[in-house]
Ligand binder design. Structure first.
Ligand SMILES: C[S@@+](CC[C@H](N)C(=O)[O-])C[C@H]1O[C@@H](n2cnc3c(N)ncnc32)[C@H](O)[C@@H]1O
Length: 250
């Protein structure tokens, strides 16, 4: 009997619900509950702890938002580009980067959960492993640990893309370390001069706040980088725009 589930992504002030998802696979990994499912409107989907991560319908927009500005900037400055991707175990971003930019020399992908990699490969690409490419090195560890290793070994990157699960109030959430001041300080150390960093921020809780009767978008200020701005990217499956934070080291 096929199992159908509804997912509701809740925030403090609104929610989006995707109904009638056919479960293709469900697993409790060491870090999170992974569900791969199918929805008639948005295609195959990946949910982690019941939060939508990617779906076939708008993954391309998401990849463009994460990489286009960064690659435009880096392509003007450098001939060959070494990238670090933190998170992104679903492999869609890596696949997109490899197909779209011939000037990429290497992509190092740091993903915490090997089960995300194997289940997405199984259900979205018939077990073809997108990380099995000679330009790609895969590290199964936490982003903060790997960045510290790079500092100790003087490893530098032209560009860094953070494609991770969102910050939450759960103190056990492994993604929370990636939103800390210490982490940005460390990222700054492993970026080359003229390097560029793009990070996806959550769609919901970064949003609006009411300060003294004025509604404003609320963004973190990360002033150790020389330039930064937020960009709003349309991924309709999240129920609100998602935000890309762009940081440049001059
Ligand atoms: C699947 S991607 C997709 C992100 C997504 N598009 C979204 O909506 O948030 C997120 C990945 O980040 C990984 N992740 C979470 N915390 C991490 C950490 N500290 N270091 C490396 N990867 C991490 C998760 O295991 C997950 O596979």
């Amino acid at each position: 009997m096929p199992k159908m589930v509804d997912f509701e992504n809740l925030s403090s002030f609104y929610s989006i619900k995707w109904r009638n998802n056919l479960v293709l696979e469900e697993k409790d990994s060491e870090y999170q509950k992974i569900i791969i499912s199918f929805n008639e409107k948005i295609g195959k989907t990946l949910f982690l702890d019941d939060v939508l991560q990617i779906c076939e319908a708008d993954v391309e927009n998401y990849n463009i938002g994460l990489s286009e500005k960064l690659m435009e900037h880096l392509s003007l400055k450098f001939d060959k580009i070494d990238l670090l991707v933190i998170g992104g175990g679903d492999g869609f971003l890596t696949e997109f980067l490899l197909n779209s930019y011939k000037n990429i020399n290497s992509i190092t992908v740091v993903e915490l959960d090997k089960d995300v990699i194997s289940l997405v490969n199984k259900h979205f690409r018939n077990n073809v492993n997108v990380f099995d490419n000679n330009k790609v090195q895969l590290k199964i560890t936490s982003g903060d640990t790997y960045v510290e290793e790079c500092i100790n070994n003087n490893v530098l990157f032209h560009g860094i893309i953070i494609d991770c699960t969102d910050y939450t109030n759960d103190i056990n959430n492994p993604a929370n370390v990636l939103f800390s001041k210490n982490f940005y300080n460390n990222l700054n150390k492993i970026l080359i001069t003229n390097g560029y960093l793009t990070q996806q921020f959550d769609t919901i809780d970064t949003l609006s706040t009411n300060i003294d009767g004025k509604y404003k978008l609320r963004y973190p200020k990360i002033d150790i980088f020389d330039e930064y701005h937020f960009e709003n990217v349309n991924c309709f499956s999240y129920g609100s725009p998602t935000y890309m934070l762009h940081l440049i080291k001059n």
